[in-house]
Ligand binder design. Structure first.
Ligand code: BES
Ligand code: ZN
Length: 634
């Protein structure tokens, strides 16, 4: 089996060995291929000493906005190991023990993005190391919310975001996606709060605010997660449910009524759900992502609460990660497309099962248009990042989070599906997940598996497999998507623009969010303010409560100086911290001569953003520089 050293025979690894059956790759397995691959984003040397289990004991201190904790790690080491190395970022290390006795340790030099290595002296016999520490203000994963930033406005709130390499800012860990461990945790929060992790979770508050957690399946550190606040739970089915602040719970349960149907659709496609329970928590609006696939408990933005269940493909996406990503995990962040491309593919398949083909083809069409727009832009500035296999050495892995791993990845898999037929492709994917579960996968490992199990050399060269993976740009065999429902929208839009004839009553009213998104995307680049006003009067885009439609509408309106939208833009940017919406909106402001407005809004909004969004917007708006200039002129 790949990447797990034969040196480390423990309970976990032997279970893993058992779960690995005889794939056709068996004969190529030699000692080398059993080792962890090199990951440039960790200091850990797992081939020397690696973690297998975490026992985490923590107190969440809202007054001082820090976590005081002990991380006790079970470890496995090679015959001549004399140290084990952990990743840390801004942690205050207080004491370190090896098998219960104080031991020497050393914090190495700080590197941007990576933080500092924590090197702990051990012997090959050492079974356990224990690190007492607290987090600091530089904990990039944590967002501490004041009560005003929550729906309830009474209690503060905390959530983490560990992907890609931010887990190290709240737990000293071997922070590489190829290194897995099980965990137990004991977490103390204020007595009126509920705490949840990416683990077996409580469904009710208790009086003392002490909660215990268990994650019996091995996970990589980027899937470590914690949240605490005024949170309540409602089940949707025996094994699915929703957590949210009490005032949002019913709305959320309504929106996610199809949870169980989605899990069943997913299982029908690619095999049993491996994690027991599947819940979602709806977080406050500053959550920087749409969703995060924390095992057993997806973290989600409230901006998907559209009221009409039209944005639940995000749930299908995070659920799909329970296979692609959480079971079969990208070995390094350069292989990120193995997580996201597979997940977008799987997401579309779940959507097709639950809502039908013409619905999922609308989604695929939006995906294709978005990919082409983004790839065209990226080819001008950063063509190397349009390859599926990335090279993120010396960079923040966050730089790799673009439409490429997601949507180029999706269309690459769809291309293969179209070549071999759906039946064979599904069989292939099901086996891929089964044979590689709880393991890390490299791009090369996947290509080997693909060639051993699905494609002939002729097919691979016809499909341009190598070009898709290793070359910049989008190959000329990008699969086509035909959506009749979008063709109807195109016709209606044409009549509106050319003849000022609006579709008859009832037609546009029946459109879903996706038809509206397509409609807005298709507006001419330089559309007049008058026309925008006319459309706004007809369809009330500026006032929409649908976050996707609002964010799409900000593009043509900001870029063509339709001033009526500005107050809504400001309100949106201050309220919402989801990076996918912030980036294009601030970009539109900056690129249309409204830098001053962008910065004025940002200075009000910035305190509300999670570090992940702040870091991106600081760059986009040249925030530090603007700050210094202000200081200089003062
Ligand atoms: N795992 C990602 C989020 C992520 C990626 C966080 C990389 C940090 C680094 C999650 O599954 C995701 O892709 N979320 C998307 C939603 C989706 C429907 C494309 C998002 O947040 O918009
Ligand atoms: Zn994803």
């Amino acid at each position: 089996m790949k990447y797990i050293s034969i040196l480390f025979v423990s309970l976990t690894t032997s279970l893993l060995v058992v779960s690995c059956n005889n794939s056709k790759n068996e004969e190529v397995k030699n000692k080398e291929s059993r080792e962890y691959v090199n990951d440039v984003h960790t200091y850990a040397k797992p081939n020397t000493a690696v973690v297998s289990h975490l026992n985490w004991d923590a107190t969440v201190d809202f007054d001082n906005k820090l976590i005081q904790a002990t991380a006790q790690w079970d470890i496995e080491s090679s015959d001549n190991a004399d140290e084990i190395i952990f990743d840390t970022y801004g942690l205050d290390i207080q004491s370190v023990q090896a098998d219960g006795k104080d031991t020497e340790y050393h914090l190495g030099a700080f590197k941007e993005e990576l933080g500092r290595p924590l090197k702990i002296s051990i012997t090959p016999e050492t079974k356990q190391v224990s690190i007492r520490y607290s987090t600091t203000d530089s904990a990039r994963a944590l967002q501490w919310l004041d009560p005003e930033q929550t729906a309830g406005k009474e209690l503060p709130f905390l959530f983490t975001q560990s992907q890609a390499i931010l887990a190290r800012s709240w737990i000293p860990t071997q922070d590489s996606p190829g290194i897995r461990f099980t965990y137990d945790a004991k977490v103390k929060v204020p007595s009126n709060m509920l705490a949840l992790m990416s683990a077996k979770n409580p469904s009710q508050k208790n009086v003392n605010g002490e909660y215990t957690f268990k994650m019996p399946q091995p996970i990589p550190s980027y899937l470590l997660a914690l949240t605490a606040g005024d949170i309540a739970y409602k089940a949707v089915s025996d094994r699915t449910g929703v957590y949210a602040e009490p005032s949002l719970l019913d709305t959320s349960v309504y929106e996610f009524q199809d949870l169980e149907n989605m899990v069943q659709a997913a299982e029908g496609l690619y095999g049993p759900y491996a994690w027991g329970q599947y819940d979602i928590i709806v977080l406050p609006p500053s959550f920087p992502f749409g969703g995060m696939e924390n095992p057993r408990l997806t973290f989600a933005t409230p901006t998907i609460l559209a009221g009409d269940r039209s944005l639940v493909s995000l749930v299908a996406h995070e659920l799909a990660h329970s296979w692609s990503g959480n079971l079969v995990t990208n070995a390094t962040w350069d292989d990120f497309w193995l997580n996201e491309g597979f997940t977008v593919y799987f997401e579309h398949r779940i959507m097709e099962e639950v809502y039908g083909h013409d619905y999922s083809e609308m989604l695929a069409s939006l995906t294709r248009d978005g990919l082409q727009r983004d790839a065209e832009e990226m080819m001008k500035e950063i063509p190397q990042d349009t390859r599926l296999k990335l090279n993120l050495e010396g960079r923040n892995p966050d730089d790799g989070v673009t439409s490429i791993p997601y949507d180029k990845g999706y269309f690459f898999l769809r291309l293969i599906e179209e070549e071999v037929g759906r039946e064979r492709f599904d069989e292939f994917l099901k086996n891929y997940f089964e044979e590689n579960k709880f393991k890390a996968m490299t791009t090369e490992g996947f290509v080997d598996y693909l060639m051993a199990n699905l494609l002939t050399e002729e097919q691979a060269s016809k499909l341009q497999i190598k070009e898709w993976i290793y070359e910049p740009g989008i190959p000329d065999n990008l699969p086509e998507v035909a959506s009749d429902r979008f063709t109807a929208v195109d016709k209606a839009l044409k009549r509106i623009m050319e003849e000022k004839i609006y579709p008859p009553q009832g037609v546009a009213e029946a459109w879903t969010t996706h038809e509206w998104l397509h409609f807005i995307h298709q507006l001419p680049k330089d559309i007049s303010k008058e026309k925008l006003k006319e459309l706004d009067q007809a369809y009330h885009f500026t006032q929409t409560g649908n976050s996707e439609i609002a964010a799409a509408w900000f593009q043509p309106t900001i870029r063509n100086n339709y001033e009526a939208v500005y107050p809504r833009v400001e309100e949106f940017l201050i309220h919402v911290g989801r990076r996918k919406f912030l980036t294009p909106t601030y970009e539109a402001l900056m690129e249309s001569g409204k830098e001053e407005m962008a910065r004025a809004i940002y200075s009000k909004a910035r305190p509300n953003y999670h570090a992940v969004s702040r870091e991106t917007m600081d760059k986009l708006l040249d925030y530090k520089k603007a700050d210094e200039q202000e200081n200089e002129s003062a």
